[in-house]
Design a binder for this molecule. Structure first.
Ligand code: KIV
Ligand code: ZN
Length: 524
């Protein structure tokens, strides 16, 4: 099948920024533009230069930094708008001016207060003016989907005859439906005499939730550029979401004679960046980039996924830059997924009976608790098996710290009936304490979590310290409480080391046995 390239035009920095409550700084816009540029988005609409000094600066800076993408600035059909856009785009390697004017009766009468003749004159002068600055001019008839067809054809023909190379058809108010919108594109192709001199583009808003669907249908009718935003942000209900369009074309390449150059593996990164900059959280069930888009909870689905991911996934998480799918443990999860999670945490049960015992406890917990985290499972295993034998016992701790000298800790421990003392320095008091313990009890565990909670109120509050250690796939949580945070830290680390030793004895795998052989006397 011969495939046509679809030009991906991102307007996150322009229409996306028009979302109520969103404002991006110049630095924010540069960060987003750099990532869009690196993921080979064809056109970046970097702003509306006449709208504000910030927008002008953003378009100017993005123009200076972009390496691959065409950089576009928006301008109304007015001389000062177009001149300002031309100025902001001066340094762009590939500059484009996007100029527009409304063409629907409603907009011409109430918004512009202009006649059809006035609008045609404005199209001529604006496209002509834009051509003085750049070769690449895009023109849009705002509210196209509610425009009288004959007037729409005439307007488009005028824009092309004065030099516009891209004609963008906006469904400005998200009013159109897929069959109607694709018909409109077909009609434009059939009725505008010079349409073959321009690329047809579409720009769909999502007021009825049809933006992506309208865009894809328009491509099937002959449009070859699609305008969209990351996470679908934009004016009112937003614009067509870039990630949905790109992944739809990629996933259904069997159906569509199209391709795009966008690197899909950066999708999750850009989605997170835009969400962080705008403060707009992505809804969990949002297609492609939602937290749940690759998460499976029901037992039947998890079982299918473990046997073959194609059973419940139409695209791979890796294709958008995620590490893997997630089997979310909850009350609908089955034994199979639970066992896989236990294995991931380093637990290998000797018998099915042991596994069943812990699975039953897990189900009881899941009935009471909505979200089950790895920490909950670790605690569940700790409670089920007797891990309380304290091989290492805390006796005393002395810590020197402050801003004048390097932190130093001296620890006194009882191990297997004998006392041991060791002193170590560190980057700070906690590091010094952990180093002094490690001197007596060498171990290869990694500190994954260190957390301090105040369990009573006031400045004399009891501190509770939680640490998570991992070694060769086995994870443990250690806990220590004391009025002194340093002592609580030492106790939590020792508690975790004791659990690690006990767990290794219960779940010892051949692998661990080997690495243990090289450990020192008190190594665990
Ligand atoms: O929605 C719209 O009509 C627009 C135009 C400026 C293209 O954003
Ligand atoms: Zn728009």
């Amino acid at each position: 099948m011969k495939k046509d390239k679809i030009v991906i035009f991102d307007t996150t920095l322009r229409d996306g920024e028009q979302s109520a409550g969103v404002s991006m700084s110049v630095e924010d816009k540069i960060k987003i533009a750099e990532l869009l540029d690196s993921m080979k988005v064809d056109v970046i609409e970097a702003g509306f230069p006449f709208a504000s000094q910030g927008d002008f600066d953003s378009v100017k800076k993005v123009s200076e930094t972009a390496k691959n993408s065409i950089i576009c600035g928006l301008a109304r059909a007015q001389k000062r708008d177009i001149d300002t856009a031309g100025e902001a785009l001066k340094k762009a390697k590939h500059p484009r001016i996007h100029t527009f004017i409304s063409t629907s009766d409603l907009h011409m009468k109430y918004k512009l207060r202009m006649s059809k003749e006035d609008v045609i004159a404005a199209i001529k002068s604006s496209v002509q003016r834009a051509m003085k600055f750049v070769n690449d001019v895009e023109w849009s008839p705002e509210d196209a989907s509610r425009t009288d067809l004959d007037f729409l054809y005439k307007s488009i023909e005028t824009a092309i005859s004065f030099g516009a190379k891209t004609i963008n058809i906006p469904d400005t108010v998200g009013y159109s439906v897929p069959s109607e919108f694709s018909d409109l594109i077909k009609k434009i192709k059939d009725n505008v005499a010079n349409i073959d001199k321009a690329t047809l583009s579409v720009h769909c808003h999502n007021d009825l939730g049809l933006a992506v669907s309208n865009s894809i249908n328009a491509l099937l009718s002959g449009a070859r550029q699609v305008e969209c935003t990351i996470n679908g942000i934009g004016e009112r209900a937003g614009n067509a979401a870039l990630e949905e369009i790109i992944m739809c074309l990629k996933t259904r390449k069997d159906l569509f004679p199209f391709y795009s150059n966008v690197e899909t593996k950066k999708i999750i990164k850009i989605s997170k960046l835009v969400s962080q900059i705008t403060g707009f959280k992505v809804q969990p069930n949002k297609a492609i980039v939602g937290k749940n888009a690759f998460a499976h909870e029901s037992g039947i689905h998890q079982d299918g996924m473990l046997k073959n991911a194609n059973t419940y996934e139409i695209m791979t998480p890796e294709s958008i830059g995620l590490q893997s799918s997630e089997l979310v443990l909850g009350k609908h999860s089955g034994r199979h997924a639970f066992k896989v999670k236990l294995n991931e945490l380093g637990y290998k049960f000797k018998s099915e009976k042991e596994l069943n015992k812990i699975f039953k406890k897990f189900k009881d917990l899941a009935d009471r608790k909505k979200q089950i985290f790895e920490e909950d499972i670790i605690a569940l295993v700790d409670d089920t098996f007797d891990l309380n034998y304290n091989y290492i016992q805390f006796l005393e701790l002395d810590v020197k710290c402050g801003n004048k000298a390097k932190a130093e800790a001296t620890i006194n421990l009882k191990i297997d009936g004998s006392n041991f003392t060791s002193t170590s320095s560190g980057q700070g008091p906690i590091d010094a304490i952990f180093n002094s313990i490690k001197k007596v009890v060498p171990n290869k565990s990694q500190l994954i979590l260190y957390q301090v909670n105040a369990i009573t109120k006031g400045i004399d509050a009891q501190a509770e310290v939680i640490v998570r250690l991992e070694e060769s796939g086995i994870a443990v949580l250690g806990q220590g409480k004391n009025i002194d945070t340093m002592v609580a830290s030492a106790k939590s680390y020792i508690n975790a080391l004791n659990k690690l030793k006990n767990k290794k004895e219960i779940f010892l795998s051949n692998n661990l046995k080997k690495s243990n052989e090289t450990f020192d006397k008190h190594a665990i």
